[in-house]
Design a protein. Structure first.
Lengths: 138, 138
């Protein structure tokens, strides 16, 4: 099975999606990412989708799930590199990726994450005692 | 046709190879990379191959060509993320990727490039000096 590699750069995990997001690949990526966030303590996740011609509802939902899981683990998710045509199609399909922050490219995304972290501490209470924290994805 | 996306991070271009390197894909990547190096003036290229199970002679040659083209354009190429099994197979096949510098992962690779640029102007002949290139995968 194909696996999407996760690259660590400073305090950020970078994922470049290039292959078709079938069910198994998407699930594996979610698991791998969650594990890497916990293992590395990274505060940011950047998902580059510049290689994708199409973002359908499944991919959209996958991205939303990743963002929610990351948030619970105290990491911020940014989707970067969306092609103009993809953005247009998404909106035409009624998928506006609610709850997902975007940036134009990886570099701007990393700046955005750095600014967020430099500005202020995120105000949600740390999820250290996360075992019984019943967190519902938005 | 598939295209491998090229991500710019600071003074470095990052390429994560995840799909099979068929002839057209490899050629396209070489062209795209050369164009991006010229367009951005980046001094470093990092190629992540952590997703590859196999590096055969064609991929090895492609990497070598990319490194040579980059060098001519005054950019340094690093191959990172090689799996241990890939390294073993490469050596068993008699392919030791001459002229290609390696690092264990993207983060170490970026540090290495930053150090090189901070230290001095890299001169082409430094390439084959064993010491510098000694950080290859185990």
């Amino acid at each position: 099975m194909e696996r999407v590699p996760i690259l660590k750069i400073g305090d950020t995990l970078l994922v470049s999606i290039q292959i078709d997001m079938e069910d198994q690949v998407a699930l594996q990526l979610q698991e791998d990412l969650a594990e890497r966030i916990v293992a590395t303590g990274c505060g940011g996740v950047i998902i580059d989708i510049s290689a994708l011609d199409i973002v359908d509802s499944f991919v959209g939902r996958t991205l939303a799930t990743i963002a929610s899981v990351s948030r619970v683990l105290d990491a911020e998710t940014l989707v970067v590199g969306m092609r103009p045509a993809v953005a247009i199609t998404l909106v035409e399909l009624g998928l506006s990726l609610p709850g997902i922050r975007t940036a134009l490219n990886v570099e701007l995304g990393m700046e955005m994450l750095a600014r967020d972290h430099g500005d202020s501490e995120p105000d949600d209470t740390a999820m250290q005692d996360g075992d019984d924290a019943a967190v519902s994805a938005p």
